[in-house]
Design a protein. Structure first.
Length: 177
């Protein structure tokens, strides 16, 4: 079981369950990213899902070194080090060209910044492929979601926060400088 060292923003279990309902089971060709993965709980849950291929690749991106190390420890504790990689990097500098599914629990500004990178508008992503993107709490501006559910976090009785699924086309990466 995960043993968090410090309590920061963590994705509520009900939001993870909604995300699973949207995108699982994962296939062997899937590469699943969790941007701002924190302690790794979302990726661990995804990787342990029944019906998910053992060849599915999972990547966590976490800018905070302590949280990235915590995620790595949790991944190792669960015996998933061969399937889950945790990067300690700025999410805006990561190459998502292999991503087929991305989970984002970011504020609107973060979504605005990462959207062009995920969709190839920055020339960092090979294109012509569909990518499933799940956002928790905030919407992708200018995009139409395919599904939406509201979840009540365990720690906020009566609150209803949205989980959105987008299925978007990534643009072909530019070959010119």
């Amino acid at each position: 079981m995960l043993a968090p060292r410090k309590k920061l923003w963590s994705t509520p279990e009900r939001a993870v369950t909604a995300a699973i309902d949207f995108v699982a089971p994962f296939k062997e060709e899937d590469v699943v990213y969790d941007v701002g993965c924190g302690d790794g709980r979302v990726l661990i849950k995804f990787a342990m899902l029944e019906g998910t291929s053992t060849r599915t690749k999972f990547v966590g991106v976490e800018i905070d070194e302590d949280r990235a190390n915590e995620a790595r420890e949790n991944v190792e504790r669960e015996g998933l080090s061969q399937r889950i990689v945790i990067l300690c990097e700025n999410a805006l500098m990561v190459d998502y060209s292999d991503a087929t599914v991305v989970f984002l629990y970011l504020i609107p500004r973060g979504l605005r910044l990462i959207k062009p990178i995920l969709l190839g508008e920055e020339g960092k992503r090979g294109g012509g492929r569909r990518i499933k993107i799940v956002t928790y709490m905030s919407e992708f501006e200018g995009e139409t979601f395919v599904r939406k559910v509201n979840v009540e976090p365990e720690h906020q009785k009566g609150a209803g926060w949205p989980v959105h699924l987008y299925e978007l086309e990534a643009q072909e990466a530019s070959l010119t400088g």
